[in-house]
Design a protein. Structure first.
Length: 114
């Protein structure tokens, strides 16, 4: 089974023309793209999913998201994650970009905002 490969970027989100493999430690000052999708129904209600009991932060409620694979755009990755995690089939044009947040993952799964 092959490991996920991610494109690497610098702090200004410029491509570094290198890939990174899931599970390997990220080099300092390198970043990869992660998407977070918040899905609303026609009445404006937010759809959340519950994390698997065997995953980190078991049984917590969350939006849909994950790492963007090498060669994917953020939008393509968001479409893929919605299908993989929720079984939702959406067209890329149905998605609306909201913002970018830069975070650095540190030890023990805690996130620090930069």
């Amino acid at each position: 089974m092959s490991r996920e490969a991610w494109d690497l970027f610098d702090e200004q989100r410029q491509p570094l023309e290198r890939t990174h493999f899931r599970g390997d430690e990220l080099e300092p000052q390198t970043f990869h793209t992660v998407t977070e999708v918040f899905t609303f129904d026609k009445d404006g209600k937010l759809l959340l999913s519950q994390r698997h009991p065997d995953k980190t932060y078991p049984l917590l409620w969350e939006g849909t998201g994950g790492s963007i694979l090498a060669g994917e755009t953020s939008r393509q990755g968001a479409v893929r994650e919605l299908k993989e995690e929720l079984g939702l089939h959406v067209a890329p044009e149905q998605l609306r970009f909201v913002t970018t947040v830069k975070e650095r993952l540190i030890r023990f799964g805690h996130l620090i905002r930069m």
